[in-house]
Design a protein around this ligand. Structure first.
Ligand code: SAH
Length: 414
């Protein structure tokens, strides 16, 4: 696949008759710091009749230009900024430049050496609010999560095809956040062809089956790439419990890293089936591997009641709190599983624990895990803080982009 194209010239601005969002007095502050969202409460007036997703001129209460944005008619986020430059024209040339920059930014040493699956566009943090593009070998998977991306989707698909030379682009806009934008969930072929059945990808010299049409999110949890490798380097000689294992990413890495056994838990029979296939794909015999299909909350309790213990325990649950509003309820869930995990760890054992909830920040997550250790009666220390992989960047103007946080805690050796 080609990764970079030569940038083209940007046309001169046209500003007449473009609808505008006029903000309330003082509500331009976050935009001046280049935060890309305009909340509905900040809007004083909509000038003109922009359709959903159309480009609007955002101006301050005194009429000063602040930026070009995509209008979201139905969302609490009324607009998402495309640009803070008045001379920019939001259109094909603009998007070609943004997409090329995002693709070029993935030229980080080490990222593509041993992996052919990575995130090419990470929404706001790549200057393309609401757009996710993941590359799986010769195919791209696109998620359109905002009205602005939906408005420009066909142009974006053409540009992506041109810039990457992908064999096919598949759309997985079946995320429930689309409802907040007044958009229906949708999946299907956007360009070219869909793969026949699951794809095989490489990640850090291991292989996985990925079904981009039916798998979770866009098919695979690419954000955990570096953390899976970290588990591989720490697993030697350990009995491992991999909770929320999905298609076996952490389990396979633990076994490759010399774990003496891996027990994998997930509620999904399909995910567990693929996990077994992934073991076979990597030539791992599986005599030290077992699976439990069930609810992790219950499985952890019954393992505790059965007085089982482990040397490494991985907790990678789904998003318990998509927004801060659900943080309290999510905190109870995280506390519960982390407390049980600490009870199941032997002295010197490692807890590798994650939260991908946007509504729970790193400080709160650390506090929850600390509370869990305390209530479990365990002394433990953080030996590493983990994050999403570098192809999931966090715009400095968009702290919300830091959604995945992880801790490796070591229980005091006995
Ligand atoms: N660690 C995985 C990704 C985990 S995604 C990787 O690196 O690929 C979260 C997984 O949790 C999904 O497979 C989902 O089926 C599973 N899941 C969600 N709720 C669950 C529950 N209550 N008990 C067990 N599994 C659950």
């Amino acid at each position: 696949m080609r990764w970079i194209s030569s940038p083209r010239r940007v046309r001169k601005p046209v500003s007449s008759n473009i609808p505008a969002l006029k903000l309330k007095v003082g509500r331009e502050k976050s935009l001046l710091r280049r935060h890309p969202w305009v909340f509905s409460g900040a809007v004083a007036e909509i000038v003109g009749s922009p359709v959903n997703g159309a480009t609007v001129r955002v101006v301050s209460a005194s009429g000063e230009f602040l930026g070009w944005a995509a209008f979201s008619k139905y969302s609490q986020i009324s607009a998402r900024l495309w640009s803070w430059q008045e001379s920019d024209v939001v259109g094909n040339a603009f998007f070609r430049k943004r997409l090329s920059a995002a693709i070029a930014a993935r030229d980080i040493p080490g990222l593509k050496d041993d992996s052919n699956a990575l995130r090419l566009v990470h929404g706001e943090s790549d200057g393309l609010p609401g757009l996710v593009v993941d590359c799986y070998a010769e195919f791209l998977v696109v998620q359109s999560l905002s009205s602005g991306i939906e408005y420009w989707k066909e142009s974006l698909a053409d540009l992506l095809l041109e810039l990457t030379g992908a064999v096919g682009i598949y759309e997985r806009s079946d995320a429930d956040v689309r409802r907040l934008e007044g958009l229906e969930e949708h999946s299907g072929i956007l360009r070219g062809q869909a793969p026949v059945g699951p794809l095989q990808i490489n990640e850090n010299l291991l292989k996985y089956w990925v079904d981009i049409q039916t798998g979770h999110k866009t098919g695979f949890y690419l954000d955990q790439r570096d953390n899976r490798a970290r588990v591989r380097s720490l697993a030697s000689g350990r009995e491992v419990l991999d909770c929320f294992c999905y298609t076996g990413g952490f389990s396979i890495n633990a076994l490759e890293g010399g774990a003496t056994s891996v027990t994998a838990v997930d509620s999904s029979a399909e995910a567990l089936q693929v996990a077994r296939e992934n073991l076979a794909l990597n030539g791992i015999a599986g005599e030290n591997y077992s699976q439990i299909q069930g609810d992790v909350f219950q499985v952890l309790r019954s393992l505790r009641d059965g007085r089982r213990s482990f040397d490494m325990l991985i907790l990678d649950p789904p998003k318990f709190a998509p927004t801060a509003a659900q943080a309290q309820q999510a905190a109870r869930g995280y506390k519960d599983i982390n407390l049980l995990a600490f009870k199941l760890l032997r002295p010197g054992g490692l807890l590798v624990t994650f939260s991908c909830s946007g509504g729970v920040d790193a400080a709160l997550f650390q506090k929850i895990v600390a509370g869990a250790a305390l209530d479990a009666g365990v002394t433990a220390a953080i030996i590493e803080q983990l994050h999403q992989a570098p192809d999931h960047p966090i715009g400095l103007n968009f702290p919300e982009g830091a959604y995945l946080k992880g801790l490796i805690c070591q229980v005091e050796p006995g």
